[in-house]
Write a protein that binds this ligand. Structure first.
Ligand code: 25A
Ligand code: L14
Length: 341
């Protein structure tokens, strides 16, 4: 590290991911010289805690980024599209959590355990994109398998927590559940298209004409970009479940070379950022409630897919707001300051 500290702006600081940025920066002792909290006019003037002191949230404006060196964005796609270029222009490196920039060819899309070398491409536009939460937790355990046995096809079904859709979405699950349990019937669905309490909704983000959702297409396209391999075939079904924190995924893969479940367990046990929890006889497998608040991606139920020559099934769980969003972005920032800034 060349410098003692960096000027860091957090955009969308009051949101679910923004608050996690703030706590992880402190937890990991990220070298911050000056911190700036930015959000919409709705929360300008409120305070958030930074190292025991209250710091005022300011309204995000075009000129908010003077002297900033790193800008962590999580305020939605529209806000990123509009304001990330001003931050980049002012000389800050933007690490953006939205889907706004992910598929731009000259903007890197990075998961530190998978393609850390792509951070160098920040120089193109001063923007680095943070992938979609479901994609991040899937590609981490798939990387060592792909390197060893070349993945040909992935079939994934997700079980996604409400926190992915922000604070209001978690409130909707909470209030609906309480209302139903108090015998008052469900409260109106506002964030989600249907009742989320005691339900499972095969609908995350918007639908396209082909019948898939945008979330499902993100998993397809982002996986290829992060893994630098357009030949991997991916198909996804993304489902919202009444969980607060932690996405779970049933992942089926077909590889070029045969791998036994034991070989997969060994590869994953030796890979950074992955914890194997796989002892089904003792009811040990990854659970969303255990992954919440943790940094690693948890993998279990590793078993052969007997319906095809080279197939493996597994269950993959991670905290969607940490590894799926804020932690991954801050790991990118750590590479950036270690190697480039
Ligand atoms: O637009 P999109 O792309 O469809 O994105 C939709 C939503 O998805 C979330 C994020 O919601 C976003 O608004 N999101 C985006 N990327 C995500 C990812 N990778 C993701 N979720 C998970 N993983 P959110 O609630 O997490 O954060 C919203 C933040 O963005 C700020 N914002 C919105 N529009 C803005 C803007 N900032 C600047 N300019 C704009 N035009 C938003 O600020 C918030 O910080 P706010 O002032 O509107 O904050 C609203 C108030 O919400 C309360 N609150 C939020 N989270 C918490 C909370 N209170 C307590 N605990 C919380 N965890 C506060 O009262 C706050 O003041
Ligand atoms: O593309 O609603 O990063 O769970 C992540 C959260 C999209 C929506 C993204 C959710 C968002 C998703």
């Amino acid at each position: 590290m060349k410098k003692e500290g960096y000027n860091v702006a957090v955009v969308g600081a009051t949101g679910a991911v923004g608050r996690e940025f703030i706590s992880i920066l402190q937890e990991r002792n990220f070298p911050v010289k000056n911190i700036k909290f930015l959000a919409s006019s709705r929360s300008a003037g409120t305070y958030l805690e930074w190292k025991g002191k209250d710091v005022m949230v300011e309204e995000l404006k075009k000129d908010s980024f003077k002297d900033m060196e790193i800008a962590l964005f999580s305020a939605g796609g529209g806000t990123s599209k509009k304001f990330a270029p001003y931050a980049a222009e002012a000389g800050a490196v933007v690490i953006d959590n939205s889907s706004a920039w992910r598929m731009e060819p000259d903007i890197p899309l990075v998961v530190p355990e998978v393609n850390p070398e792509d951070v160098a491409l920040y120089k193109n536009r001063n923007i680095i994109a943070n992938p979609n939460c479901s994609t991040i937790q899937m590609v981490v355990p798939l990387k060592p398998i792909h390197d060893k046995a070349k993945i040909k096809r992935i079939v994934v079904a997700t079980y996604q927590a409400t926190s992915g859709a922000g604070k209001k979405a978690m409130d909707e699950l909470f209030e609906q559940t309480v209302s139903i349990l108090n015998g008052k019937g469900p409260t109106e669905a506002k964030v989600f298209a249907h009742q989320i309490a005691f339900n499972a909704l095969p609908h995350i983000d918007v639908f396209f004409d082909d019948g898939y959702t945008k979330e499902e297409w993100k998993m397809v396209n982002e996986t290829k970009k992060i893994m630098h391999d357009d030949s991997i075939q991916v198909t996804a079904t993304c489902v919202r479940v009444p969980v607060f924190y932690g996405h779970s995924e049933a992942v089926n893969i077909e590889t070029e070379e045969k791998l036994t479940p034991d070989e997969v367990r060994k590869l994953l046990s030796n890979f950074p950022g992955v914890v194997v929890e796989d002892d089904p006889k003792n009811n040990v497998y990854p659970l969303a409630i255990n992954a919440a608040g943790k940094d690693e991606v948890f993998v279990g139920r590793i078993r052969e897919d007997f319906s095809t020559p080279n197939g493996i099934n597994m269950w993959v769980v991670a905290d969607n707001i940490r590894k799926g969003a804020a932690l991954n972005a801050i790991q990118i920032a750590e590479i950036l300051i270690e190697k480039y800034l």
